[in-house]
Design a protein. Structure first.
Length: 52
């Protein structure tokens, strides 16, 4: 039973982690702000980079 639960948990995590989110934007100010990330509008989509 533990192995079954572990497999289900890992599959849900991998599916969620692989989902790409593209937010449309026209300028830098259209992108939502996230803590510890730099946002930029590139080719009409918001792109985020972590700030170290």
């Amino acid at each position: 039973m533990f192995v079954y639960a572990l497999i289900v948990f890992l599959l849900l995590f991998l599916i969620e982690a692989s989902k790409k989110t593209t937010l449309p934007c026209n300028s830098y100010y259209d992108c939502p702000r996230l803590f510890f990330h730099f946002a930029e509008c590139a080719d009409g989509c918001c792109v985020y980079w972590p700030i170290d």
